[in-house]
Design a protein around this ligand. Structure first.
Ligand SMILES: [Zn+2]
Length: 366
């Protein structure tokens, strides 16, 4: 419970989404200065360094740094040092959620502006003032809340369309949790992630609801369009849902059991090959069972996951559904969850996770 009435809402300074926007990066960074430190995902490093070098004239001082793969304390400090070496006026993060989180954290430590350019619509992290920190081995460790949200979130839909479809689907998995986690936080009156934590605004709740409605009505068609290389308006809508609606939604209303169970899943290394949003999608199904939501809603959510190809069982996440594994997930999840509107026990989580996986199995066989 929060013992204050003050409402809080946060968002990036600007959000820009459209084809070819990354080709204008120099125009966007020039507003802050000529010294630019750019952290780039390792898989895209070679291609993007070439592309960006063509944009920057010689009077710019641009430092390109290849991301190491984990948003760990060591990796954040390594990039921070590289940016400090050129007295960067602005930091740019280009890549997936972990790359962007590391760029945000480095900018926050240096107190300089940051431009965030996601290369896939795979998580809702880009717009937030938050960085999730992992160990070097990929185990979820902590999160930082920075003083400010990114100055600009720049989404180039041409680049998003080139990413594997599985990332686009994973983004829908992350976005699937947003509204249900918002409702849990509303019921428990838990503080959101704005600054030191405030009561959610009506806008935060409305955005979260729109996020879920957009996924359910447009998600499958968008996935088919992406598979066929067609960047339709429905695809733009889902990109906006995955990045902007889910991002503003979770930050301004809070996370709950779905993300807590995701954190639990990361304790098992078998789940490492699976994306954040894939684990969150399964966590969402667990949360609905934990909260005893209606069977119609459960059907709708599991049906959506199956239609777009999101995991609905532990096995779908590479995990054998034995007692020992489920106990590990439940134990770690229990520590991570503080926002459900009832007293939570490890046994309740164990049962919800087991039941979710069994229902998922039955629906797949049906
Ligand atoms: Zn998430």
């Amino acid at each position: 419970m929060i013992n204050k009435r003050t409402r809080g809402f946060a968002s990036p300074g600007k959000y820009i989404q459209g084809p070819g926007e990354l080709n204008k990066l120099e125009k966007y960074t020039s507003k802050y200065g000529k010294n630019v430190a750019i952290l780039i995902d390792r898989f895209l490093y070679a291609a993007l360094e070439t592309l960006l070098s063509e944009q920057y004239a010689e009077n710019n001082n641009v430092e390109y740094v290849q991301f190491g793969g984990e948003c760990s304390i060591g990796e954040i400090d390594r990039f921070k040092a590289a940016a400090a070496d050129i007295s960067a006026d602005v930091i740019v993060g280009i890549g997936g959620g972990k790359t962007l989180d590391a760029a945000k954290a480095a900018a926050s430590k240096l107190l300089i502006p940051v431009i965030i350019a996601p290369t896939a619509a795979s998580t809702d992290s880009p717009t937030s003032a938050m960085s999730i920190v992992y160990t070097d081995e990929g185990v979820h460790e902590d999160f930082y809340i920075h003083e400010s949200n990114p100055n600009l979130v720049l989404v180039d839909t041409d680049i998003i369309m080139k990413a594997p479809v599985r990332l686009f689907i994973a983004g829908m998995g992350d976005a699937l949790a947003t509204y249900f986690e918002a409702l849990s936080n509303e019921a428990s009156d838990t503080a959101n992630y704005v600054g030191e934590g405030y009561r959610r605004t009506m806008l935060g709740m409305a955005i979260s609801k729109l996020c879920y409605e957009t996924l359910i009505t447009k998600g499958l068609q968008a996935k088919i369009d992406v598979e066929n290389g067609c960047c339709t308006e429905i695809v733009e809508d889902i990109i906006e849902a995955n990045i902007l609606l889910s991002g503003l939604g979770f930050e301004n209303t809070g996370c709950a059991a779905a993300h807590g169970i995701h954190a639990g899943l990361t304790a098992l290394p078998q789940s490492n090959p699976y994306f954040h949003g894939e684990k969150v999608a399964f966590g969402t199904i667990c949360q609905l069972i934990l909260e005893n939501k209606s069977s119609e809603l459960l059907e709708e959510v599991i049906g959506f996951c199956l239609s777009v190809g999101l995991p609905v069982t532990l096995k779908d996440l590479g995990i054998e559904d034995n007692k020992e594994n489920i106990r590990i997930i439940a134990g770690k999840a229990l520590i991570a969850i503080s926002s459900e509107p009832f007293v939570l026990t490890e046994a309740m989580l164990f049962n919800a996770i087991k039941a979710a996986s069994e229902i998922g199995k039955a629906k797949k066989e049906a």
